[in-house]
Design a protein around this ligand. Structure first.
Ligand code: ACO
Length: 703
């Protein structure tokens, strides 16, 4: 992807403001004022048909009359003239445009938006927006927006689909002392999208973490591909995860707001850290922009207050990095810096007696020690200590340790002085917060980042060309028959082609065939009606189980036929499926959907009530790698059931993982054909004894 247009719009040497205005309060006025006020050093060309000068700058009636070259244009004219001015910009050689104007796809005028993009593409120009606040860059002193000021400087950059949030967060950077380098409003994403900007940020030396506020993605697969390659941490807050929120997001941006579980899965696969709320996006983003990843699971909490230590310990478990006792040598050293009644185990509680020196010594030792992978330092303001001095001691300890690859986060609970110390620490590169839970949560983000980096290395499944060819033949035959779903026999055939073991099944069209098949498969057997007109077979009396003899087989065959005809007289009956009655096993379910943002996506969970009542399922976008399949099996709440409970032997986990990978290959290979599918139940046996797909369903895409 050519990054020139984005480079020109985010780091312009010259900028035209189309629709610049001399009237205070108008957006075309505010943008010019912001560019001047916030110290933009490039050339500014206001374009207005009536004015000769705006805020002391010479005005041009149209961009074509500007003498010099122009990198970027900020569009502040109404939607109805946008195509015209984009055309003029294109002719002038402008390579990037920030389209502030609203009134496009978000109100159903996608046609206007498409026209603007079409013209821009013709001239090799990139469009940010429309429907944006603009962009802000501290390093460029560029405020090409109607946000009031540049944000407090930081190393973190934000891309947001909500313009109002950009303005609000911009101002909040000062009250929270959490800064941003760039803030970019992405709007309707008619052209430039999240993936384009993530790619561009790879070479932005001023940015060390990319924060995203996402309502919906159009091309989720490209997002995953690009984010996977990122050399910088990416953190995303996805809104619209509740049913109501999704509807609100869809109407807000006119974009897609896909299922929360699929987004979470996609973020994991892309190596993107998820934020749970705005606060979380702020402080996790800050931490990721300042500290190295936490490689390993050992972290030490150092505190002067027992309560704080307990709160942090609880938070550690909640956020997935449970605390371990420190080894003897660490405890021995820690004991040197506390009274008798302190505790060196972890949390290291130096008690309220802790002063500057103890903080200095314990923090420095902890960072330098081999066992420790990270340190969380907690401080409760006391009358015998000065928060500013404690902060300075912690910073000195970090500097003197000389260690650069172990992260540290800090909490200062107290009044104004502690608050000031927090600000000072952040200015000096150490993420510091009020609550101990926040310091731990921030550390958990650094642990998540390290783990996601490890997972990103694993490859997805490969296409199985032979299976694909044969499966397409089965599907083509069903389509030729005028159907958009496969029968169970056909679906199982497709599953078998991809190497998934299914229960033996055959189709009987006569009573004699049913008897013959039953013998071949071996009693006991199950019989089921096969009819595209009868989907709920049991309701129609179309299923008989545990058939043990030839006489029972004959009777079952005839009863099922009679029931089916009584249920729906004109049903098209293909015959009766004669199926092996598989021995009992733990029921699991596999499913697939075609997600609007991410395409073919697979689901795994325990079957029966676990899926029906508890919705204990997990998703991954295909193709699923071995590591991802392993994660899927481990992360469902019911995972311990598969490991064996109440004296039961552990289930065949290896077989489940292999089946998920094969199923993912099938769904990925046949993505143009399969709309949704499931294998339910899949019966899983004891370790080493495999599994069987007992029922399978494949619904085809309508063509
Ligand atoms: N070339 C140059 N200048 C032009 C042209 C043209 N072809 N056509 C019009 N202009 C001038 C106008 O004369 C006017 O200048 P003036 O003040 O000297 O008369 C200026 O451009 C602006 O045109 P207006 O018709 O006055 O439009 P107005 O300023 O009222 O609105 C705007 C334009 C701001 C782009 C509006 O259409 C709009 O989209 N507002 C919403 C912006 C927004 O909210 N964006 C999303 C942010 S996200 C969030 O939720 C916060």
């Amino acid at each position: 992807m050519d990054k020139t247009g984005i480079e020109k719009m985010l780091r312009p040497k010259s900028v035209a403001v189309i629709g610049a205005s001399a009237t205070p309060g108008k957006i075309g006025y505010t943008v010019i004022k912001n560019l001047l006020k916030d110290g933009y050093k490039g050339k500014i060309y206001p374009i207005n048909q009536k004015e000769s000068e705006i805020l002391g700058l010479k005005c041009y009636p149209e961009i074509g009359q500007v003498p010099g070259e122009i990198d970027s244009a900020v569009m502040c004219v109404p939607a109805k003239v946008m195509a015209e001015v984009v055309e003029e910009c294109g002719r002038k050689g402008v390579k990037g445009a920030l389209v502030i104007t609203s009134g496009f796809s978000e109100i159903g005028r996608k046609d206007l938006e498409d026209e603007v993009v079409r013209i821009a593409r013709h001239y090799g120009m990139r469009i940010l927006g429309p429907n944006i606040v603009g962009t802000l860059s501290n390093s460029e002193k560029f405020n090409g927006s109607f946000a009031p000021c540049l944000p407090l400087p930081g190393k973190n950059s934000l891309v947001t689909q909500s313009g109002a949030l950009l303005i609000a967060m911009d101002m909040a950077t000062y009250s929270r002392r959490i800064g941003y380098e760039k803030m970019i409003s992405i709007g309707n994403m008619a052209d430039v999208d999240f993936a384009d900007l993530i790619e561009w940020f790879q070479d932005d030396e001023e940015t060390s973490c990319v924060s995203l506020y996402i309502e919906g993605l159009r091309d989720g697969r490209r997002f995953i591909d690009v984010a996977k390659k990122s050399n910088k941490p990416i953190i995303a807050l996805k809104s619209g995860v509740s049913a109501h929120g999704a509807a609100a997001a869809a109407s807000h941006t006119g974009s897609l707001a896909g299922g929360a579980k699929v987004y979470s899965a996609a973020f994991k696969q892309a190596g993107v850290i998820q934020a749970t709320d705005l606060d979380n996006l702020f402080y996790r983003g800050l931490t990721l922009s300042m500290q190295p990843p936490m490689k390993g699971d050992n972290f030490l909490i150092i505190t002067n207050g027992g309560g704080n230590g307990v709160l942090a310990t609880d938070a550690a478990e909640r956020f997935g990095i449970p605390l371990k006792f420190a080894p003897d040598d660490v405890q021995a050293e820690m004991k040197k810096h506390m009274p008798e009644y302190g505790s060196a185990k972890n949390p290291v509680d130096m008690t309220g007696m802790a002063g500057n020196d103890w903080y200095y010594e314990t923090v420095k030792f902890a960072i330098m020690n081999k066992w420790t992978d990270s340190v969380v330092v907690l401080y409760c303001e006391t009358a015998i200590t000065d928060p500013a001095e404690i902060a300075a001691s912690i910073k000195r300890a970090v500097d003197d340790s000389g260690v650069k690859d172990k992260p540290i986060t800090v909490s200062f609970v107290g009044g104004e002085k502690s608050d000031k110390a927090i600000g000072w620490m952040v200015e000096n590169g150490i993420p510091a917060f009020f609550a101990p839970d926040t310091a731990v949560n921030a550390m958990a983000a650094l642990r998540e980042y390290a783990k996601l980096q490890e997972n990103k290395k694993s490859d997805g499944a490969k296409t199985d060309e032979k299976a694909k060819k044969l499966a397409l033949e089965v599907i083509a035959a069903a389509r030729a028959d005028g159907r958009t779903s496969l029968t169970e026999i056909e679906a199982k055939k497709v599953f078998e082609l991809y190497g998934m073991p299914t229960t033996k099944i055959g189709l009987a069209k006569t009573e004699e065939e049913a008897v013959k098949l039953s013998k071949e498969i071996g009693y006991p057997i199950v019989m089921k009606i096969v009819s595209p007109d009868i989907l709920h077979k049991s309701d129609a009396g179309g299923v008989k189980v545990n058939i043990k003899t030839e006489a029972e087989a004959r009777e079952a065959y005839n009863t099922i036929l009679k029931n089916a005809k009584a249920y729906k007289a004109d049903a098209n009956i293909h015959g009766i499926a004669v199926q092996e009655m598989a021995p009992w096993g733990t029921e699991v379910i596999l499913g697939s959907v075609s997600d609007p943002s991410f395409g073919p996506t697979v689901m795994f969970g325990l079957g029966g009530i676990f899926v029906e009542v508890l919705k204990d399922v997990t998703f991954r976008v295909t193709p699923v790698s071995k590591a991802e399949a392993e994660e899927m099996v481990s992360e469902i709440r019911g995972a311990p059931i598969l490991s064996g409970v109440r004296g039961e032997a552990p289930r065949d986990r290896k077989a489940i993982i292999e089946t998920i990978i094969k199923y993912s290959s099938m769904i990925y290979d046949l993505m143009d054909e399969i709309a949704e599918s499931d294998a339910n139940p899949v019966l899983v046996y004891a370790q080493g004894e495999g599994l069987r797909v007992a029922d399978a369903r494949i619904i085809l895409k309508k063509k």
